[in-house]
Design a protein around this ligand. Structure first.
Ligand code: GLU
Length: 322
């Protein structure tokens, strides 16, 4: 009996030791994304998948975390709680330069770019019965403007600005997550919600699939805003992704890019490995989500908001891309 207990004890120790050695060999990195019905979440998953296939070669294990979005991700990158994050290009620019949400805390100079990914459009989706068709009809309505921590929130205020409105002109400005926005819209508790997001995405699909008929609201008075901020560009919402939406054609609005960011504190090898795997398996990567279908390799180097991380730079130089 005593012998059996001793053998079991030794086996236990060996297992603990093996696990510790295994864990010590691997570098664990976490990718911050957004809500599970957005495009950041599957994007984090797609990037993690590319690098985890070669985990034995790179000794990296990437995991994905659902978060409140761009602003949360920047702050978590800066505090070291995340190693990578998907972040809107406008929010990355503001953080690096100490603007908007970072005005009181200052420039986030450790922020680094890895690559940019796909376009995101400033999207306002409303109930048909709200009577909102354009800028002229938004005053006094109950609109969700994005949760604190989202990138969306500042875009909502800029979009309303193109209509000569502020949050104070709304009947209610709700700080809801996009996943709650679609449900509240279908429950008739809000008239619409803003979401800065790639298309197609699960949130808008949920909003379109319910009993209440919905439509996208165009933002076309954008020339002053675009003149002030080079991170904004005119964009369209492709309605074909959402059968049932009441707009008859694609909807004009403006947008930014989803970018993949890190911190200068993050290990060069981890950044190099992720960059290399995404670029060298680009066709496979772009097949992982319809929002990336029109991307080219060159697009991934456009619209960056912070300096490149040295691990990414190493790969781009090696591959002759820079
Ligand atoms: N752009 C959104 C934000 O940062 C998140 C979009 C998504 O999760 O796909 O708030």
């Amino acid at each position: 009996m005593r012998k059996a207990i001793t053998i079991l004890g030794i086996m236990g120790c060996v297992m603990v030791l093996a696990t510790t050695v295994w864990a010590a060999r691997y570098q664990f990195v976490t990718i911050g994304t957004g809500g599970v019905t957005g495009v950041y979440y599957p994007t984090g998953g797609a990037i993690a998948k590319m690098v985890n296939r070669k985990k034995k070669q790179y000794l990296i294990r990437a995991t994905v975390e659902s978060t409140g979005g761009s602003v949360f991700n920047v702050n978590a990158l800066m505090s070291g709680d995340l190693e990578f994050g998907v972040v809107q290009s406008d929010r990355g620019y503001q953080a690096y330069n100490g603007l908007a949400d970072w005005e009181s805390v200052g420039k986030q100079t450790k922020l680094r770019s890895v690559f940019s990914i796909y376009p995101e459009t400033v999207t306002l989706i409303v109930a048909e019965e709200s009577g909102i068709q354009s800028c002229d009809d938004i005053r006094g309505k109950r609109i969700a403007i994005g949760n604190p921590g989202s990138g969306t929130r500042k875009n909502s205020s800029d979009a309303l600005g193109t209509c000569g409105l502020t949050f104070d002109d709304l009947g209610a400005a709700e700080g809801l997550k996009a996943s709650e926005g679609s449900k509240m819209l279908q429950d008739g508790r809000i008239d619409g919600y803003f979401y800065t997001v790639g298309h197609p995405n699960g949130s808008i699909k949920e909003a379109v699939a319910g009993r209440i008929k919905v439509r996208f609201v165009p933002f076309t008075n954008t020339s002053t805003l675009l003149g002030q901020h080079s991170y904004y560009a005119n964009a369209i919402i492709p309605v074909d992704h959402y059968p049932g939406v009441t707009n008859s054609g694609n909807v004009n609005t403006f947008g930014v890019k989803a970018t993949f960011l890190t911190s200068s504190d993050v290990d060069e090898n981890a950044v190099y490995a992720i960059t290399k795997e995404v670029f060298e398996n680009f066709d496979q990567f772009t097949s992982l989500h319809p929002a990336y279908s029109a991307l080219t390799r060159e697009d991934l180097l456009k619209g960056l908001s912070a300096p490149l991380h040295k691990g990414a730079l190493k790969y781009y130089r090696e591959a002759g891309l820079l």
